[in-house]
Design a protein around this ligand. Structure first.
Ligand SMILES: Nc1ncnc2c1ncn2[C@@H]1O[C@H](COP(=O)(O)OP(=O)(O)OP(=O)(O)O)[C@@H](O)[C@H]1O
Length: 296
């Protein structure tokens, strides 16, 4: 099954031809924050067609087709083992595809990797590693540097802008181990931003965040979307997806549904995704929907 959808909000500014004129002054004065040319109209920035990924004998994705519109804010949902992380990693080119193809716009992903920024799951990051906030954010510039290249003024400026945008400039000298979970998450988002990417693949960015940090992160992601950045985030809580996201993709090894959050998270789709797959222990999908519709 294939799906293509437009966000219900205004078209992405970075995705249309008048983008630079519409950008907020803070971004207009920061040309190197975005390293990629602006296109002429909203379009499908991620084109995932008939993708199968197997890990040995396990089929993680089975002929999944879905398009993600440029400048959209999309929650990627599904039960444990549904293939969400595999899909993000496949987009990054880290898993060979058994069938199908993934394109960034009209191009193969390997020509477009600098456009993609990835936030791994929290547990994959060594938070005790002795490194400062600024040094983590500087890592975002490394892929663009040659082997022995030094940081240029524009690299330092990109790091400064990312620290400012995530409001963590005051923490630049601190060790990441000394930060709260919400602050740590901002550091890694700043690293992604410093890279100059315009497509953000975030694996469970809300995991472990309290209500306040969740609200702050959602605010940041909505801001990115308003600026025309494309955000795809793995989300486990349906209520969170309903409250903070515009679009949703529901997976359970196969594509179940995609479109606006309201359309995707209906009882039928949730039942199909969570009962039909690995999560038969969820005995009341309607309860999930009630929770999703009326978050406490
Ligand atoms: N490196 C690997 N080797 C073998 N099997 C893997 C590997 N990575 C993932 N899998 C399997 O592929 C399937 C999809 O895993 P994936 O991590 O993509 O799911 P997920 O939806 O992200 O799950 P979760 O919500 O629990 O993080 C699972 O059955 C998982 O056990």
């Amino acid at each position: 099954m294939s799906a293509s959808f437009a966000p219900p909000l205004a078209p992405s500014r970075l995705c249309d031809s008048s983008a630079s004129a519409l950008l907020p002054p803070s971004l207009n004065s920061q040309p190197s924050a975005l390293n990629f040319p602006l296109s002429h109209a909203p379009h499908n920035i991620l084109r995932i067609s008939d993708v199968t990924v197997r890990h040995g004998r396990v089929t993680a994705l089975d002929r999944v087709s879905v398009n993600i519109l440029c400048g959209s804010l999309t929650a990627l949902l599904g039960p444990n083992g549904a293939g969400k992380s595999t899909l993000l990693r496949a987009i990054l080119g880290w898993h060979p595809l058994d069938t199908g193809e993934i394109r960034i716009g009209d191009h193969h992903t390997h020509h477009q990797l600098p456009r993609l920024a990835y936030l791994p799951q929290r547990h994959l990051i060594d938070w005790d590693f002795p490194i400062t906030v600024r040094a983590v954010v500087e890592q975002g510039r490394y892929p663009a540097l040659g082997l022995f290249s030094r940081f240029s003024k524009s690299d330092h400026a990109a790091v400064d802008r990312a620290l400012d945008e995530l409001d963590i400039a005051a923490l630049a000298g601190r060790q990441i181990s000394q930060l709260s979970g919400g602050q740590q998450q901002r550091v890694f988002l700043a690293r992604a931003l410093a890279q100059g990417a315009d497509i953000f693949l975030l694996d469970e960015p809300f995991a472990g965040l309290d209500l306040h940090a969740t609200e702050e992160l959602a605010h940041i992601l909505r801001g990115w979307q308003a600026q025309g950045r494309t955000v795809v985030a793995v989300v486990h809580e349906l209520a969170l997806a309903r409250e903070h996201f515009v679009n949703a993709v529901l997976l359970n090894t196969r594509h179940i549904a995609s479109g606006s959050v309201a359309d995707v998270l209906n009882p039928h789709n949730i039942d199909t995704a969570y009962r039909g797959g690995h999560c038969a222990h969820i005995d009341d999908p309607l309860k999930l929907i009630r929770t999703a519709t009326f978050p406490k």
